[in-house]
Design a protein around this ligand. Structure first.
Ligand SMILES: Nc1ncnc2c1ncn2[C@@H]1O[C@H](COP(=O)(O)OP(=O)(O)OP(=O)(O)O)[C@@H](O)[C@H]1O
Ligand SMILES: [Mg+2]
Length: 358
């Protein structure tokens, strides 16, 4: 049985529907990320899990017990919220000890636990500092240690790294992953940063307009998204218009070429319009071989962006497409020239257009 089961949860504020039809199960020890644009309901769900927000509908179960209306302090969850500041007048050690004192732990046990937590987050030498004497990253580590100290069933984190600069954010991402591994605690993590979600999660629940659009391991969502929203939200993508061939509905015609694409249960009819997507890193230069999909395109622009070149192409149908290539491979991409390009068929996605059925 899953540790946490959310069933048909909804939250409405006056006229605003913040969440609807949320179903999500989280296994013990999992790292699940709630990812989505601003206002999509991530914080509302986390607050409902924490017990700070009362859902309008649905249930939350922990170990099979209904906790939808249980007080926050009786849920035994740890929180690391953005702006959920450290106590400024307490030392690092006392910040971490705070939740243990509230839970009436014995003094000696508190001392042992505080020093364990300090070494877990690598702050052994800073126990007596006050929060204002710490860097942003160090403060965040204390906040995490404080939330983990009492041994929560689940750690809820709402954009805990968003105030940190890029370098520190990446360091802290690794740190959080390590803490997750070492403690075995279940993490429910909120972010609107898709790279962070991909790098950290066992599974990602992608939110849009108060709903979970898709849920799955990062690799599956990235490689095989089943919605246009996820195909565009997770990583960079090219969307091109296409259609089922008039003479053979098993074939797709798009960007001036034609290729076979497996049918979804005979729904497609000849001529049906489609959206074809292909990621910039999956477009290569050169003649297609084997079952590769070949097409010709005009190079519009070639920009050096560090490790890779970003090539802007114009297809035979007049649409634009971005390809990212390593510099050696990009020398052939001279602006103004028409070049041969190729794509592995497994890298192509085809989505039905709204008008031609789902
Ligand atoms: N207390 C409230 N009263 C009224 N509306 C609210 C309240 N809290 C949230 N909302 C609305 O609910 C929706 C979801 O908000 P929520 O904070 O869950 O989004 P989010 O996904 O966390 O966004 P962000 O990435 O910006 O933090 C938004 O439209 C928001 O305006
Ligand atoms: Mg939020």
């Amino acid at each position: 049985m899953a540790l946490l089961v959310i069933d048909d949860l909804a939250k409405t504020y006056d006229k605003v529907t913040a969440l609807t039809g949320i179903n999500l199960s989280v296994e013990a020890g999992e790292f699940v990320t709630l990812l989505g644009p601003s206002g999509s309901g991530k914080t509302t769900l986390l607050m409902s899990l924490a017990g700070f927000t009362t859902p309008s509908k649905g249930t939350i179960r922990l170990d099979g017990k209904d906790i939808t209306h249980v007080d926050p302090e009786d849920r035994n969850f740890g929180f690391v919220f953005q702006g959920y500041a450290l106590f400024p007048h307490l030392t690092v050690a006392n910040n971490i000890a705070f939740s243990l004192r509230v839970r009436k732990w014995e003094k000696a046990r508190i001392a042992t636990r505080v020093s364990e937590m300090l070494s877990l987050v690598g702050l052994d030498n800073l126990a007596e500092r006050k929060p204002r004497e710490l860097s942003g990253g160090q403060q965040q580590r204390v906040a995490i240690a404080r939330a983990l100290a009492f041994g929560p069933r689940i750690l809820l984190l709402d954009e805990p790294l968003s105030a940190l600069d890029r370098m520190l954010r990446e360091t802290m991402q690794k740190e959080l992953k390590r803490l997750h591994r070492e403690t075995g605690v279940t993490f429910v993590y909120v972010t609107h940063d898709q790279e962070e979600a991909i790098a950290m999660s066992d599974r990602i629940a992608v939110f849009n307009h108060g709903r979970i659009v898709e849920i799955g391991p990062p690799r599956d969502l990235y490689k095989k998204p089943s919605t246009r929203f996820v195909a565009g939200f997770l990583g960079e993508n090219n969307f091109l218009s296409g259609h089922r061939a008039d003479d053979d509905a098993t074939k797709v015609e798009a960007f001036g070429t034609r290729f076979g694409f497996p049918l979804a249960k005979g729904r497609e009819r000849p001529g049906d319009s489609l959206t074809v997507w292909v990621r910039p890193e999956d477009i290569r230069i050169g003649q297609a071989t084997g079952d590769e999909i070949g097409f010709r395109a005009t190079v519009v622009e070639n920009a050096f962006v560090g490790a890779l070149e970003r090539i802007l192409l114009r297809t035979a149908t007049g649409e634009q497409m971005v390809a990212t290539l390593r510099s050696e491979a990009a020398v052939a991409a001279v602006p103004g020239q028409i070049i041969d390009c190729r794509i592995d068929p497994s890298a192509i996605g085809v989505l039905p257009n709204e008008a031609s059925g789902s």
